[in-house]
Design a protein around this ligand. Structure first.
Ligand code: DHB
Length: 595
């Protein structure tokens, strides 16, 4: 099939279908459009306007000369694709590809159709209706929406000679006769004639109901389905839909219309939310957020008022940490240390890469200057340590204990700093070295010192590293530090960081972090996880908890949002309010399940 691959289209008009309907009729002009190539039921893809990777598929609602019609429902926040499409002004040029999909051919032996459209789904049925008119095949058009405004206009159906009495509307908030389009279908099927077929397009749950109604009466049923779509041309196999014969078909190439009797509906319909049934979690303090992390040998870390912290190296310990559960220090080495050559920071669209290199004043500065500041705040402190040999880690621990100033401070053992060839990450990539470091630190620590291990994501299996850390005496894991990365300036043809590479942090890290947290959580090591990586909102933090973290750290996002900890705490409380079966924030830990 010929594609209009990445043709330019000019916006001819873009008007809301009614006051505040939120649905826009977008008319796009394509100069060299050969309309006979477009079959009813086919769709086109409009190039994403917000930088997202997948162009958005929309049913071609009408082909009128060189003009294509699309109905676009604006959903999501202001930056969403559909809201941006809704704002497109006449005259603007956008990219379009298509037509995609097989399109509709009248079915042999079918003498009458019922077209069932839910919301903007009706748009796909308009050209099918036109085709039926052309072929003089009778049909009725059933259309439903949540509100009257959500019904899309079908003027052009009327223009094409469809009798108004063949179009039946229904909407859910109609005070006189509320209902759904499936109510209309049920009624129509009760009076059905032989040789009839149903074609439906709309939300998944509506399609399922349409299929149930048809299945009960053995009526032919085609449904138009939508799945997230990658290439759009049948190559990537991303928009797969499962059939009852266990094969997968592709919406972009084999669909979007499918025989409803062939679809595996169990795989197709999203499952309901996972219930937050309070698991047998360990005892937590009164209050919904204050959290105790339970380590080995009855060691405990209390995070008050909430299990939310700013990650190591990201905030001044003297800053206001009221809302945070603990104050974390930048990693210290034994001696004063100068870091890596400049530049050390590189900003990216998706975050940042740093190659700082563990610069700092050494433990003398920590002991003499920082620990007294910590004491004055009265907050729980977490001292991050890094060494160049296992013995050096041990010595740092020994000196910290000997200072007599540690109080109830906790230690975070950094075996994951990517910015020094001999310190940090060089230990975290090997389970034996991890064990050695952890064991010697534990050896020099006072018996009830809570010690967190911070592994690196730059390994084949982080669970093996955590197991070694547990054997060495770790009480908890911070999962995870930064991934290795780099960037290049194409003008100077030089790497952007003085050291050539560094640690990637920021929003994109959310996804590797969620994976690694869930992997360690499912390994059932029996120790708490502190999630770190890519958190820049309360919802990101909730994802860490649902993946299996009992507490979280915010890093890069804290640079641009000084209230991030407060915002996360509020979101936690709000979420507990919305999900009453969870009484304490620890009730949601690890609750994410397979789809
Ligand atoms: C540094 C970087 C890290 O990712 C880390 O965990 C500790 C220190 C640094 O380069 O200073």
């Amino acid at each position: 099939m010929k594609k209009l691959t990445l043709e330019k289209a000019k916006v001819l008009s873009n008007e809301e279908t009614g006051t505040d309907s939120g649905i826009f009729l977008l008319k796009l002009k394509i100069d060299n459009l050969k309309s006979p190539l477009i079959r009813p039921g086919q769709f086109a893809r409009l190039r994403s306007l917000n930088g997202r990777p997948f162009p958005r598929p929309f049913a071609i609602a009408r082909v009128n000369g060189h003009v294509l019609y699309f109905y676009i429902k604006a959903v999501g926040d202001n930056s969403s694709n559909t809201r941006q499409f809704a704002r497109l002004e006449p005259g603007v040029e956008i990219n379009i590809s298509g037509p995609h999909g097989k399109g509709f051919e009248p079915l042999p032996g079918i003498k009458r159709y019922l077209l069932v459209g839910g919301g903007v789904g009706a748009a796909e049925l308009f050209p099918i209706a036109e085709e039926l008119i052309r072929n003089k095949i009778p049909f009725e058009f059933l259309q439903g929406a949540k509100t009257k405004k959500g019904l899309i206009f079908h003027d052009h159906l009327l223009d094409n000679g469809v009798w108004p009495d063949l179009i039946h509307d229904i909407w859910e908030d109609d005070p006189d006769q509320p209902g759904q389009v499936t109510d209309l279908l049920e009624k129509a099927l009760a009076e059905r004639l032989p040789d009839q077929a149903v074609i439906a397009c709309g939300p998944k749950l509506m399609l399922r109901k349409v299929f149930d109604l048809c299945g009960a009466r053995n009526v032919t049923c085609l449904v138009s389905v939508a799945e997230v779509m990658g290439c759009g041309c049948g190559v990537c196999h991303g928009c797969a839909i499962k059939m009852i014969d266990k094969t997968y078909r592709q919406v972009c190439d084999d669909g979007p219309l499918f025989d409803a009797y062939q679809i595996d509906w169990t795989a197709f319909i999203p499952k309901p939310p996972v219930a937050l049934i309070s698991r047998s979690r360990k005892k937590q303090p009164n209050g919904p957020l204050k959290t105790i992390l339970y380590g080995q040998e009855r060691r405990r870390l209390i995070l008050n008022p909430a299990p939310v912290m700013i990650a190591s190296g990201c905030s001044d310990i003297a800053a206001d940490h009221q809302a945070a559960g603990a104050i974390i220090f930048k990693s210290t080495m034994l001696e004063k240390k100068i870091g890596n050559p400049m530049p050390r920071l590189c900003e990216l669209p998706c975050g940042a890469i740093n190659s700082i290199g563990l610069e700092g004043g050494g433990i003398k500065q920590v002991i003499d200057e920082y620990l007294p500041i910590l004491k004055a705040t009265g907050k729980q402190g977490i001292i991050s340590i890094a060494g160049r040999t296992a013995d050096e880690y041990g010595l740092i621990m020994k000196k910290l204990e000997q200072s007599g100033k540690l109080g109830r401070a906790v230690i975070e053992v950094n075996i994951s700093c990517p910015n020094d060839d001999r310190a940090g990450m060089s230990f975290g990539v090997d389970p034996h070295d991890t064990f050695q470091v952890m064991e010697i630190v534990r050896h020099h620590a006072s018996p009830n010192r809570f010690i967190i291990l911070k592994p690196t994501p730059n390994v084949t299996d982080i669970v093996v590293i955590c197991q070694a850390g547990k054997q060495g005496g770790a009480d908890a894991f911070t999962i995870c530090n930064t991934l290795l990365g780099t960037d290049i300036d194409i003008e100077t043809r030089r790497f952007k960081l003085g050291r050539g590479f560094g640690g990637l942090s920021g929003p994109l890290m959310l996804y590797p972090a969620l994976y690694l947290i869930s992997k360690v959580y499912r390994a059932n090591l029996g120790l708490p996880i502190i999630g770190s990586g890519g958190i820049s909102s309360g919802d990101d933090a909730l994802k860490h908890l649902l993946a299996g973290a009992s507490a979280i750290q915010v890093g890069t996002a804290s640079f641009s949002d000084s209230n991030i900890v407060e915002k996360i705490n509020s979101r936690f409380l709000e979420y507990l309010g919305e999900n009453k079966e969870a009484e304490h924030i620890q009730d949601i830990v690890g609750m994410a399940q397979q789809p």
